[in-house]
Design a protein around this ligand. Structure first.
Ligand SMILES: Cc1cc2nc3c(=O)[nH]c(=O)nc-3n(C[C@H](O)[C@H](O)[C@H](O)COP(=O)(O)O)c2cc1C
Length: 186
């Protein structure tokens, strides 16, 4: 990679002790040379979507900040838990707001998905629901490889992903994503 590739990470959990945030916080050290990963503005500041608010006041500043960060990035990596086999409400709410922006920042944007869960499946099911939402947004979601960090509580230490096998999966995912962004990114 000759130029720096700017990747935005969006964490689907608001929890201070979030396993997914620990995973997100481990991405930079596992990224290939030339990939710079920054965290998105918090989705926790985004109000619950209300079409009346949109009609009266337009897009809230917290949504505009997220959309601008997506637009400025070469690619986006979601790192999210699975809630009830699907997308956490806060993340879905953020995407519902961003979907209303006419100059759609996700359109044609390369996207990767990583999930972590204390359960054995590592949030496998949310990945397909999130993909479905991103179809409407016209994002370019990388199909493979996939990253599911199962039993995640046992694979983190001091706020970082420490399990060697998992670190290899994540680093391979980011290397593949760098290639994907190079091939399909704008
Ligand atoms: C409302 C809710 C629903 C959940 N549903 C699932 C689920 O469907 N699958 C799963 O693996 N874990 C589920 N969990 C457990 C989460 O994976 C676990 O709380 C995880 O630590 C949340 O991610 P975080 O640590 O990044 O906040 C659920 C947790 C909550 C609070």
């Amino acid at each position: 990679m000759s130029k720096e590739t700017k990747i935005l990470s969006i964490c689907g959990s608001l929890r201070a002790g979030s396993l997914n945030r620990m995973l997100a916080n481990s991405l930079q050290e596992l990224a290939p040379n030339g990939m710079m990963i920054t965290e998105s503005p918090s989705i926790g500041d985004i109000p619950i979507f209300n079409g009346d608010v949109l009609s009266a006041d337009g897009v809230p500043p917290s949504v505009a900040a997220l959309a601008d960060a997506v637009a400025a990035a070469d690619g986006v990596v979601f790192v999210t838990p699975e809630y009830n086999f699907s997308v956490p409400g806060g993340l879905k709410n953020a995407l519902d707001w961003v979907s209303r922006i006419p100059d759609q920042p996700f359109a044609g944007k390369p996207v990767g998905i990583q999930t972590a869960s204390p359960g054995p499946l590592g949030g496998a099911r949310v990945q397909y629901h999130l993909r479905q939402v991103l179809v409407f947004l016209d994002a370019m979601v990388m199909n493979k490889p996939e990253v599911f960090v199962g039993l995640a509580g046992q694979r983190m230490d001091a706020g970082r992903l420490v399990d060697e096998d998992s670190r290899k999966f994540v680093s391979d995912h980011l290397a593949a994503f760098a290639t994907y962004v190079g091939r399909y990114g704008g």
